[in-house]
Unconditional design. Structure first.
Length: 79
């Protein structure tokens, strides 16, 4: 199995909307988004990067036949 380079437009839209919500409520996505913004990316570029990352994670889970298990952040676990 190989990861496709182009995806279905509706699927991309779902992940774009998912990334927008994740920036507000997900404890792991917010630092990633903030890091991309600090690198100088615009809001839209940072959201697209996060959406692509979320899609890559999902693809890896499907490829490896695994389930998603949320792990605590290093920063929060140390506190």
């Amino acid at each position: 199995m190989h990861r496709p380079h182009r995806y279905h437009r509706r699927l991309l839209r779902v992940f774009y909307l998912s990334a927008q919500i994740a920036v507000r409520f997900c404890l792991t996505s917010k630092p990633f988004y903030d890091r991309k913004r600090a690198e100088g990316k615009s809001h839209k570029q940072a959201i697209l990067t996060l959406a692509r990352r979320r899609l890559d994670v999902l693809w890896a889970l499907i490829r490896d036949q695994r389930t998603f298990e949320a792990q605590p952040l290093q920063r929060l676990a140390a506190a």
